[in-house]
Design a protein around this ligand. Structure first.
Ligand code: F6R
Length: 609
């Protein structure tokens, strides 16, 4: 998704902007650009392609030594990736330059309006109307022009704006999209995310909905949507700069896979009191509210939805009420049946996924109680939920999620047990025992991660395969969904996840000599059925890798290869089972030489529909 940066200070802005844009590469992009303002006017350099391409054309502006500028990485939505469609957009009058993240839903209407006033457009983008509209309203007062233009915008926007007449300032504005302000000494920044500016400052705050900020090198002024001046307290970011970098690994993805034991512990531990009680720190949703909950809906997209599917199985079993996992993009348009007795659990790493955000709003508008599980502090979903539970996974840079998925999963366990406890369905001693078992995961996972060669070896055997089928039953089926997504999104190998019992209803016709089937066999009650499914696909020529429990004696000898999960509690099995499958996807992609951290066509944070 698009990335925005901005710098105002006394240093040469170009290298700072380019470096900051590189830190946002993880968001996914197809073009990049910068705009600089000085007494010579606004100068724009932009191009389709990577930041390295942008670097090759910015030598001249860099030599100019401008100290105020904005930058952008674009992920095309309206209009193909091209030089002209790249941001920043400079108004025809060359008085205003804009970088935009989001979508202007009424841009066609606005184009027509502006065309009637003599404006002409040179791009296919929705964003170009923003620079022209601000220009249209500009009469010497930049804030008035931005606010008047904003009144006409429908959709989502995070904006960085330069005015030719104001060579010492940047204006920033946001609605429904992320934008942070970095406060430095004699310099200030805007960015879509923290890693972009961490090198320069650790003091940041997030701009609120429809707040407008004016940044100069000496300070930041924030004005709310009513025109009132407001103060924001800065948050101190204590991550290591390293946490936002690769830390010696070949890719962010493998670094993040390896970080899982640590971040799982960070997510669980602060919520456990005296080793036996769960305190989730819910502020608005009380124990009484939870006692009254009669149904649960888990709403999310992609991998976060897959966490919901795993949780659906265990929550239904523990709580004995209907629990459903729903894709946010379906839920929001499906007249969801929810009321004040429904708990809607929203799951999102970024906290900015647009479909998920709108799913949340839909649920709240219908009176449901909403708890969100989010990784990015103070993101839109976190802000708009009644209560938020943060996963403490730290910045996740690789587009394919791993550590956020794992922390979401353990947090769903804690939430499940907390609800069960207040509803009288789990005694205190049962909760205490479950907690102890959950807290064993980091150590067990460390053991698995240090033993990653087996997955490396299996990937070396199968990296040339054209199609992979993941099969499982119950929670193993839910895990198959994630394993399959992980493989296909980073390695471009076609894969599908199937409830094992469904194979014979159609898909088995695709199994032929050498087709790889990965059978997840950790769900004990249905192990025998899985062994039969393995035999069925083997009889049709499949090669089978089975993921099995430490004490499984039935599967070895039937499958071609087995991967054993260490001895662990039933609560730990899902968290541990996904690890070899993440590694398998990673090593297959690595063998194939794929761009693992930035797979084609994908974005880390999907802030459009
Ligand atoms: C896949 C992946 C995506 C995200 C999905 C939701 O590896 O990362 O499927 O899970 O786009 O994103 P968030 O969790 O930010 O709402």
């Amino acid at each position: 998704m698009c990335g925005i940066v901005g710098y105002v200070g006394s240093k040469n802005a170009t290298p700072i902007l380019l470096d900051a844009l590189e830190k946002l590469e993880y968001r996914g992009y197809d073009s990049a650009g910068i705009a600089l303002v000085s007494s010579n006017g606004i100068e724009v350099k932009k191009t389709r392609g990577r930041i390295s391409t942008l670097r090759s054309i910015t030598g001249e502006v860099e030599a100019g030594g401008c100290t105020v500028g904005i930058g952008h990485t674009r992920w095309a939505t309206h209009g193909e990736p091209s030089d002209v469609n790249s941001h920043p957009h400079l108004s025809r009058s060359e008085r205003v330059a804009v970088v935009h993240n989001g979508i202007i839903e009424n841009y066609i209407e606005l184009r027509e309006f502006l065309a009637e006033h003599g404006y002409v457009f040179s791009t296919e983008t929705d964003s170009e109307v923003v620079s022209e509209l601000i220009d249209y309203y500009y009469n010497g007062d930049p804030i008035e022009a931005v606010r008047k233009a904003e009144m006409q915008l429908k959709g989502s926007y995070a904006l960085g704006i330069l005015f030719k007449d104001y060579t010492d300032q940047i204006i920033a504005l946001r609605k429904d999209g992320p934008l942070i302000i970095g406060v430095g000494e004699g310099e200030n920044f805007i960015a879509s995310d923290i890693p972009a500016i961490l090198k320069h400052t650790r003091s940041i705050f997030r701009l609120g909905e429809r707040e407008l900020a004016i940044l100069t090198k000496d300070g930041v002024t924030v004005i709310d949507k009513y025109g009132e001046r407001i103060e924001h307290e800065c948050e101190h970011i204590d991550w290591d700069v390293d946490a936002a970098e690769k830390g010696g690994y070949a890719h962010f993805m493998i670094k993040e896979i390896m970080e899982q034991p640590e971040v799982i512990a960070k997510t669980i531990n602060p919520r456990i009191i005296n080793d036996k009680r769960i305190d989730l720190g819910l502020k608005r949703i009380t124990d009484d509210d939870l006692r009254g909950i009669k149904a649960i809906k888990i709403v999310a997209c992609g991998s976060a939805y897959h966490v919901g599917v795993v949780a659906k199985y265990f929550m239904k079993k523990t709580l004995g009420i209907p629990v459903e996992a729903e894709l946010a993009s379906e839920f929001r348009y499906d007249d969801p049946i929810v009321d004040e007795h429904t708990l809607v659990i929203i799951i999102s790493q970024s906290g900015e996924t647009l479909d998920t955000l709108y799913g949340l709003r839909e649920a709240r508008s219908r009176g449901a109680r909403v708890i969100s599980i989010v990784n990015v502090v103070a993101s839109s979903i976190a802000n708009e939920s009644e209560d938020v539970l943060y996963t403490w996974a730290g910045p996740e840079i690789a587009v394919a999620t791993t550590k956020a998925y794992s922390t979401q999963l353990v947090l769903m366990n804690l939430l499940n047990w907390h609800i069960a406890n207040v509803k009288g369905l789990m005694r205190d001693d049962e909760v205490a025992r479950a907690i102890t078992q959950l807290r064993e995961i980091p150590e067990q996972m460390n053991g698995m991660l240090s033993d990653h060669e087996q997955m490396q070896y299996l990937a070396s055997l199968f990296f040339n395969c054209h199609s992979v089928f993941f099969i499982g039953r119950n929670i193993d089926y839910a895990l198959s969904l994630e394993a399959s997504l992980k493989l296909k999104e980073i390695s471009y190998v076609h894969s599908e996840a199937y409830a094992a019992g469904e194979l014979k209803h159609g898909t088995i016709s695709l199994i032929e000599d050498g087709t790889l089937v990965i059978a997840l066999c950790t769900y004990r009650p249905l192990l025998e059925k899985m062994v039969s499914n393995i035999k069925e696909v083997k009889a049709r020529g499949a090669k089978v890798i089975a993921i099995i429990n430490h004490d499984d004696t039935q599967t070895e000898g039937v499958a071609d290869h087995v991967v054993r999960i260490p001895e662990c509690s039933e609560y730990a099995i899902p968290s541990l089972t996904i690890v070899p499958l993440q590694l398998f996807a990673y090593y297959i992609a690595s063998h194939k030489g794929c761009d693992i951290d930035k797979p084609r066509n994908l974005a880390k944070s999907v802030t459009v529909e």
